[in-house]
Design a protein around this ligand. Structure first.
Ligand SMILES: [Zn+2]
Length: 295
């Protein structure tokens, strides 16, 4: 069973592998911000809610990644909860197989085939800035694109902002070797934007809640820049193919030799290569039919 941490006023955090925001409407009814992976983690979440006699009135989603929406269909089946997500991100909740297509644009290999995908479920409410109102309770919707195309932060009336994966908190900042952001420039802009906001607490989906985001945001940006520099230095020596870059980075950071981890690492590295190419620091060249990246 997961612990439930009181943050401020009616705002709590369920300490699951993905931090889940919990806003109590009364002793029984609550609104969740995000959900977690499908499978055993969802079972543990349901057990936690049952133990505390909580009824999930609605679920607000920050973005369409499986560790944020994987439990939604099970929660909805049990509680008939209202599901809300930002436009574009809603598609992943409705058609979870789209998430698999992000990693591999073909039918996944037989390893773990689709075993990690939940059922799709309807999203009734689209989250658009500046606010979303449910049961007369107003939540701020803060646009934080970059990690995904239309990623949002969601703040409760207690001035607690759940930032999703806009940045990662401690202790994960040390542990995560390569950060994934679909669009690195937008992700860094979103992090810098957060520094201008004035919430009492910032809750990353992975990591501890913070009263000030500055130090951890700087650490996130520094880590992204240092991996990009590392890739740039490798390419300065000679042009390299995607596989050569992924292999070098995976070896350097000891990324486990597993199917899903490989494709996640590849996505992280490709988004960095795209950033370098879009800022004209590297270019795409072809050698005997192989696509390579060169300085
Ligand atoms: Zn994510």
């Amino acid at each position: 069973m997961f612990a439930i941490q009181h943050l401020k006023g009616n705002t709590y955090c369920i300490n699951a592998p993905t931090n889940i925001g919990l806003y109590k409407l009364n002793e029984k009814d609550c609104i969740l911000i995000d959900a977690c992976y499908p499978g055993p983690i969802t079972d543990e979440l349901l057990e936690t809610l049952e133990y505390h006699h909580l009824h999930v009135h609605a679920i607000l989603n920050t973005h369409g990644h499986i560790d944020h929406f994987g439990s939604i269909s099970a929660l909805r089946e049990k509680y008939h909860s209202i599901v809300a997500a930002a436009p574009f991100e809603n598609n992943f909740i409705e058609y979870p197989e789209l998430y698999a297509s992000l990693l591999v644009p073909f039918i996944p290999f037989s390893l773990n085939k689709n075993s990690y995908l939940p059922k799709g479920t309807k999203v009734e409410v689209l989250l658009e800035p500046p606010q979303c109102t449910i049961q007369d309770v107003h939540f701020d919707i803060v646009s934080l694109p970059g990690h995904t195309q239309n990623h949002v932060g969601i703040a409760t009336p207690d001035n607690v902002l759940f930032v999703g994966d806009a940045f990662t908190g401690e202790p994960h900042t040390e542990r995560i070797k390569i950060y994934y952001h679909q669009n690195i420039s937008d992700a860094i802009d979103s992090m810098r934007f957060l520094l201008k906001t004035n919430y009492d607490l910032y809750v990353p989906s992975h990591g501890n809640p913070l009263t000030a985001a500055k130090d951890i945001v700087e650490k996130n940006i520094q880590s992204i820049n240092s991996t990009i520099d590392h890739i740039y230095k490798m390419l300065s020596k000679r042009p390299l193919s995607t596989d050569e870059i992924v292999s070098a980075v995976n070896t350097q950071f000891n990324i486990p030799e597993k199917f899903v981890e490989y494709y996640i690492a590849q996505s992280c590295i490709m988004s960095m290569l795209s950033f370098l190419e879009n800022t004209q620091k590297i270019q795409i060249v072809f050698h005997n039919g192989t696509l390579k990246f060169a300085v």
